[in-house]
Design a protein around this ligand. Structure first.
Ligand code: NAG
Length: 462
């Protein structure tokens, strides 16, 4: 029992992270959370790569370490959502140690299901300093992912793989910066058929370079994302540099020839890179990207965000603006089944960590931190009580249950006492009154201790 030395050190370090102190600044003066973008607030995330599985979106991301002044990326993260508004944190699903031949740079990858397995293609730096693309495999979308080969899949010092299985079952890997390459993947998804092909970067295919951008033949920079829709193949990519914008090309086959189609997202905000992903889910289309919009955000402390969009009737993609509201919610969330505390629409001041009871838990809970859960359907009768699964080696604190905002109607307060250790979990229950209809639910945490008040595993209303 008790907190491990590593946990003690992490808690100590986190207490001094200036980034955490700024999270509160994203609220307005009335204490209302204004934004649901960026999607993830408990850390800096980059390079979104979503997929749909069993009516959920699984969003793979890279991770910028807090306070980074250069690309400092060591692991890959996974989040999932059934409603595009509340995202559950699945934690670290792969890290640099997965690849014994890698030294650093856990950069932009993509996962694809096939053969009942999940294949994760990522660029990493090899011990000789050159970039290469590795492939990891898992039996489950949530991992663990293990190195499929024990060596790179492709090593030509280029990055940013995207993968797609064409109609005839042939899988293709595209990647590249500064050039653009593709290769056919064999059925096993962990070997290449033939030699990689270098795509001719022409201005007809990829557009001219924006004036002022670094010198290259066309607008193409990096981060390709390939997919097919209505018999048209789309290649979306980060263009120009720096700052990057997002542009795209289309073609009559997965190998082109490509026709340049223009800008999807203009340069915006504090991040000098951007990285696209396009996904259809629940009958709508979504554009994922990253920016520097969290407090403390910038080129090396980025955040994944998402916007809903509609294709034009001719299949072209409209220009998409960055927003702080993000995508609308699909449906509602039930408060009457167990919900993970790390299922979050927006939050302030919090981190997550691996939970000793399995899964993840919300951690580093301090006075005035909060979690927003969007679109919670309490129904016409309403909730009578809340149960919360918590642990605290300290003296605990309180969970204020509010509707609409962090200062909205208080419908109940659960008191959390110390449980003796961070791995001794207890379920606390408190009465709730006035929680009816569909509401944005806010858990606002209060307490007088200067250290973490408690950790929070799950909750459920009755
Ligand atoms: C979208 O989600 C709603 C709410 O969960 C569901 O009722 C509907 O059937 C879904 N639509 C599609 C096209 O998947």
């Amino acid at each position: 029992m008790g907190i491990s030395p590593v946990q003690v050190m992490l808690r100590f370090i986190a207490g001094f992270l200036p980034a955490l102190l700024f999270f509160g600044a994203i609220m307005d003066l009335a204490g209302t959370a204004k934004a649901d973008n960026p999607v993830i607030q408990t850390l800096y995330s980059a390079d979104p790569a979503p997929l749909v599985l069993n009516n959920r979106v699984y969003l793979f991301t890279g991770h910028d370490e807090d306070g980074s002044k250069t690309f400092n990326m060591r692991d890959w993260r996974l989040y999932s959502s059934a409603d595009m508004a509340n995202w559950q944190d699945h934690g670290v699903i792969m890290n640099l140690a997965t690849f014994s031949w890698a030294s650093e740079r856990a950069w932009a990858g993509q996962v694809i299901p096939r053969n009942g397995k999940f294949y994760y293609y990522v660029p990493v730096q090899q011990k000789n300093g050159a970039m290469a693309i590795g492939v990891a495999v898992s039996d489950s979308v949530t991992g663990p992912y293990r190195d499929a080969l024990g060596k790179p899949l492709v090593a030509n010092n280029e990055i940013d793989p995207t993968v797609y299985i064409d109609d005839n079952g042939q899988a293709y890997l595209y990647w590249g910066n500064p050039n653009l390459w593709y290769a056919k993947l064999n059925q096993d998804m962990v070997s290449i058929s033939g030699s990689p092909v270098q795509v001719a970067l022409t201005t007809a295919g990829f557009g001219g370079r924006r004036s002022g951008a670094n010198a290259r033949a066309t607008s193409f920079e990096e981060g390709p994302w390939i997919y097919k829709r209505n018999n048209l193949w789309y290649l979306v990519y980060a263009a120009n540099c720096c700052s990057e914008d997002i542009r795209y090309s289309t073609g009559p086959s997965i190998t082109g020839p490509w026709t340049y189609r223009g800008v999807i997202m203009a340069t915006a905000g504090a991040s000098f890179t951007n990285h696209p992903a396009v996904l259809d889910f629940n009958g709508s289309s979504y554009f994922f990207y990253h920016n520097g919009a969290l407090p403390g955000g910038g080129g090396y402390t980025r955040s994944v965000a998402v916007e809903k969009f509609n294709y034009n009737s001719d299949g072209t993609i409209p220009t998409i603006a960055t927003t702080t509201s993000g995508s609308p919610m699909i449906g509602t969330l039930s408060p009457y089944v167990r919900q993970e505390a790390e299922t979050i629409a927006f939050s302030s001041g919090l981190k997550t960590e691996t939970c000793s009871e399995g899964g993840m838990a919300v951690s580093f809970i301090n006075n005035n931190d909060y979690i927003k859960v969007k679109g919670v359907a309490f129904g016409t009768t309403g909730a009578k009580s809340l149960s919360a699964r918590v642990a605290s080696a300290g003296s605990g604190g309180k969970i204020e249950v509010r509707l609409g905002s962090t200062t909205g109607t208080l419908v109940g307060t659960c008191t959390v006492a110390g449980t003796g250790s961070w791995t001794t979990w207890a379920t606390v229950t408190c009465p709730i009154s006035g929680a009816k209809g569909t509401q944005d639910l806010f858990f606002r945490f209060t307490g007088s201790g200067s250290d973490t008040l408690f950790t929070f595993n799950w909750w459920m209303f009755e």
